[in-house]
Write a protein that binds this ligand. Structure first.
Ligand SMILES: [Zn+2]
Length: 133
């Protein structure tokens, strides 16, 4: 008997992130990829899902510069938050680092990276971010 997969929840997603893996749920029945993962396919309502690892490379779709940050991120402000369209077509929001505000542009190539230095205190910022490819 194979090992039971972790539940298809956002907390499992972040647990994978802490292991430096970008994982999504894939529906076995219709092939829909759920990111963030959900316990049931949003298209065909199947609960027959599996975990797949995504390639964390994509293009910047849009971004916002955050000047007024929540308490736990104040030391980082101003920072950039963007939406990245991955090669698979899925969209993932995240902080963007390693780019000057004057240099950021829609359509630039970005790559996911993982931050293991962030404390795991709740509420924790997702421990992944994007940086230029
Ligand atoms: Zn489905």
């Amino acid at each position: 008997m194979s090992e039971k997969p972790p539940p298809f929840t956002v907390s499992s997603f972040y647990k994978f992130v802490s292991e430096k893996k970008l994982m999504a749920a894939k529906c076995d029945k219709c092939g829909t990829i759920l990111l963030p993962p959900k316990p049931m396919c949003t298209k065909c309502l199947s609960t027959n899902l599996e975990w797949i690892e995504l390639e964390g490379v994509g293009k910047l779709l849009s971004y916002t510069i955050i000047y007024v940050a929540p308490v736990q991120f104040q030391s980082l402000a101003p920072y950039i938050v963007g939406i990245v369209e991955l090669k698979s077509g899925l969209r993932l929001p995240g902080m963007i680092r390693g780019v000057e505000q004057e240099e950021i542009r829609v359509g630039m190539d970005l790559k996911i990276d993982f931050d293991t230095s962030v404390s795991s205190q709740w509420p924790a910022w997702p421990r992944y971010f994007f940086r230029p490819l």
